[in-house]
Design a protein around this ligand. Structure first.
Ligand SMILES: O=P(O)(O)OC[C@H]1O[C@H](O[C@H]2O[C@H](CO)[C@@H](O)[C@H](O)[C@H]2O)[C@H](O)[C@@H](O)[C@@H]1O
Ligand SMILES: O=c1ccn([C@@H]2O[C@H](COP(=O)(O)OP(=O)(O)O)[C@@H](O)[C@H]2O)c(=O)[nH]1
Length: 466
């Protein structure tokens, strides 16, 4: 059987044991089944110096191969091209893209470094799965080094419409690099459509049907694989967590008020200022709810070294402060806004005691918080999910209260509707959403992708290039 090699920008710290949640669990379990290597960045900088040799950590049949990055590599590859160009572009924030040739060169240089470091670890039958926008050129770099193995790529963030994508000065190079993969995975059908449209509109390729595409004389497969969560595990964590001290103490601190919860990295794509304004509209339009509900917004800081993030951090704090100042009373603070990360067990318990989950990104690849909120609910008395139409998760969770996250009045109305929704309607929506996330959980996601990446798949389905 083939071994699996996973490459991602960040790798969960192997010293902390098997990961507890999210994407890392799925990759860990696929690696445990097949045996293999997980390569990526330690999350640390080696200062101004070149990174030292790969650090190897063995855990069971997984070899972790970790690299530091120099300060310059980090600035150009991660902070620069990945998070100041590709991230804002793919989230439709052209106003925040800061394209610089130096960063683009650094992005390619780090991808080459990753490929050169991985090359000696690759065996002939290995299959290789590369993750996310940080590492698009890695397959081309590996091909240049003579790697003929099957290589797949999964894009965790949205693929934008062609008009947006073509504003990227090096969009042709990005597509060219993607054609070095055998299989491209996207979060939704919509992302696949946008990608195929880019090939067609630029006259560089076409959709050949049955999931096959061709560009620059190469054939590859492209398909939507919406990422899921471990639903049963998260539901049981939430049941347990409501009995924990942390969740009980938090519940007591709300003094019987209905809890609305938002959980997001502090990122401009998450629509936090619009959300806070929407909550304010709700309080203005529904004065009877003042003093009876609290918005708990858990928002750990993220990528603060990028300019767009530090500006937005100030704006979100100002919006929350303004609403609390204007609407708060001696014994009630409408918004509890925290910038700390909360552990996933406590988070699961908080989702379960909340009446409303407010998930209103302006654009999001998937949004796992939406799925976690549903999985955590009490089936006999579930809370209501208010979800942005522009999160990948909305494609499956169409039984949520869907909102346009740019329309703050619509957010306000959706909150009012969710807080007063009768039990029967809440159970009906919850049941429909649970069925969807159970059908398409995290193990199905990795099994479907890896099933399609197996070499025999290519032989049985590959069409001729006309
Ligand atoms: O590594 P960071 O720069 O700190 O960022 C954290 C991760 O953010 C992004 O998450 C995306 O993937 C999720 C799972 O597929 C998806 O639900 C979400 O919509 C995406 O935004 C990023 O793509 C990851 O690479 C980062 O590790
Ligand atoms: O304080 C926090 C905030 C978030 N999360 C987790 O971080 C992930 C966020 O994933 P999502 O897809 O919603 O967004 P991303 O941050 O990847 O864009 C979810 O599993 C959350 O439970 C967490 O554990 N603690």
């Amino acid at each position: 059987m083939s071994r699996l090699i996973v490459v991602s920008n960040r790798v969960p710290d192997p010293a902390k044991g098997p990961p507890a949640g999210g994407l890392a669990v799925a990759l860990n379990s696929a690696l445990e089944k097949m045996g293999g290597v997980w390569m990526g960045w330690t999350g640390k900088s080696s200062g101004v110096k070149e990174p030292g040799p790969l650090q190897f950590v063995e855990r069971g049949n997984i070899t972790f191969a970790l690299t530091d990055l120099s300060r310059r590599d980090l600035a150009e590859y991660y902070t620069g091209f990945a998070n100041s160009v590709l991230w804002p572009l793919c989230h439709y924030r052209l106003d925040l893209t800061e394209y610089a040739r130096k960063d683009m060169a650094g992005y390619f240089r780090v991808n080459r470094l990753f490929a050169e470091r991985l090359r000696p670890l690759i065996q002939p039958d290995d299959i290789i799965w590369i993750h996310d926008y940080h590492l698009i050129p890695m397959a081309s770099e590996l091909r240049r080094l003579g790697v003929g193995n099957r290589i797949g790529f999964f894009m965790h963030i949205p693929w934008p419409s062609p008009d947006v994508f073509f504003t990227l000065p090096v969009h042709e190079a990005i597509i060219d690099n993607l054609t070095a993969y055998d299989l491209l995975g996207f979060q939704t059908e919509h992302d696949v459509e946008n990608f195929a449209l880019a090939l067609k509109r630029d006259g560089i390729g076409r959709d050949m049907g049955d999931g096959w595409m061709a560009a620059y004389g190469r054939r590859f497969q492209a398909k939507a694989f919406p990422i899921g969560i471990d639903v049963a595990e998260f539901a049981s964590t939430a049941r347990e967590a409501v009995r924990s001290k942390a969740v009980k103490r938090t519940a007591v601190s709300f003094a019987g008020r209905d809890l609305i919860i938002g959980v997001d990295r502090l990122d401009y794509s998450k629509g936090l200022t619009h959300r806070i304004d929407g909550f304010e509209r709700f309080l203005i339009a529904n004065p009877a709810w003042r003093g009876r509900t609290t918005l708990l917004q858990v928002t750990p800081k993220s990528r603060s070294e990028v300019q767009g993030y530090s500006d937005m951090q100030r704006q979100v704090a100002e919006h929350a402060g303004r609403v609390n100042g204007a609407m708060g009373t001696l014994d009630w603070t409408p918004i509890r806004y925290i910038n700390q990360s909360v552990g996933r067990n406590t988070l699961a318990g908080l989702y379960r005691i909340a009446r409303v989950g407010l998930v209103t990104p302006l654009r999001d690849g998937m949004n796992l918080v939406a799925k976690e909120f549903v999985a955590a609910q009490n089936p006999a008395d579930p809370g209501v999910l208010v979800l942005s139409r522009f999160a990948g998760a909305a494609r499956e969770l169409d039984a949520a209260v869907l909102v346009n996250p740019y329309d703050v009045e619509a957010i306000g109305n959706a909150i009012a509707r969710a807080l007063s929704m009768p039990l029967e309607a809440r159970v009906e929506r919850y049941t429909a959403m649970m069925a969807r996330i159970e059908q398409n959980d995290i193990s199905k996601w990795s099994a479907d992708f890896l099933g399609m990446l197996q070499p025999e798949q290519q032989r049985t389905t590959e069409p001729a290039l006309a």
